[in-house]
Design a protein around this ligand. Sequence first.
Ligand SMILES: Cc1cc2nc3c(=O)[nH]c(=O)nc-3n(C[C@H](O)[C@H](O)[C@H](O)COP(=O)(O)O)c2cc1C
Length: 276
Amino acid sequence: MSVAPMMDWTDRHCRFFHRLLSRRTRLYTEMVTTGALLHGDVPRHLDFDASEHPVALQLGGSEPADLARCAKLGVEWGYDEINLNCGCPSERVQRGAFGACLMAEPALVADCVKAMVDAVDVPVTVKHRIGIDKVESYAFVRDFVGTVAQAGCGVFMVHARNAWLKGLSPKENREVPPLRYEMVHRLKREFPDLVIGINGGITDDPTVHGQLEELDGVMIGREAYHHPWWLARWDELFYGEPASGLGREQVEEAMVAYMEREHAQRGTPGIPSPAT
Ligand SMILES: Cc1cc2nc3c(=O)[nH]c(=O)nc-3n(C[C@H](O)[C@H](O)[C@H](O)COP(=O)(O)O)c2cc1C
């Protein structure tokens, strides 16, 4: 199980909260662009609480050398996985020539993956769509996965709908293109040695159980954010392990203690911390 990368949502505080609810679920950061890391405030983008493990850093970029440097930075900061975003359709991301438009350039993605694999010793993974624009053919996503796998990526998280690069907002691109889970199942059948996870529109236990019969993992986005208490059952339901056992009030108390600790260490933006 994993919680999907979600810009402005799955920040470190959200991840700390999710970790209180499930010990096993893998948590993804928001997408961090190579530009933000190479020219910006690295601690602000990469710092996280030790309790968040296992935690994956999602990078956005399309320049192999830059991605390799950022992957290395991520591992130095302690991330357990480096994930490349090949699924985001926003215009800003398209202007940067990364995200979903990278699916049209599998050879470039392979170069990016190879550069990162050579730079780090944690898994380098890719999150992508099943196609872009009106390309509906299975061969498109099959060739993408095949090419990228050869470069050293063994894990693919597949958002099971196309990204329409023109005419839809990012929000519409999470709702309008139809979900086609069968495409992802077909990928797993064709590449049984790869770890294939599915994402998109999954909101209940029976669907997760059903997907886990076909696939290696399930990634949940919006439902984990809007109804986080669902996570409190995942360790038991999907890992066969005892749940954390924390009740809602205990989780709330832990969050309050976390906020006090954070405030003491870092302050609130615009308000000096007590320590300074
Ligand atoms: C607010 C928001 C921000 C998102 N940001 C990212 C992102 O930074 N990187 C990414 O790969 N996907 C991003 N996504 C897409 C999600 O990771 C996921 O693929 C999508 O929401 C479909 O899964 P769901 O139906 O379970 O929500 C975002 C989604 C939302 C709702």
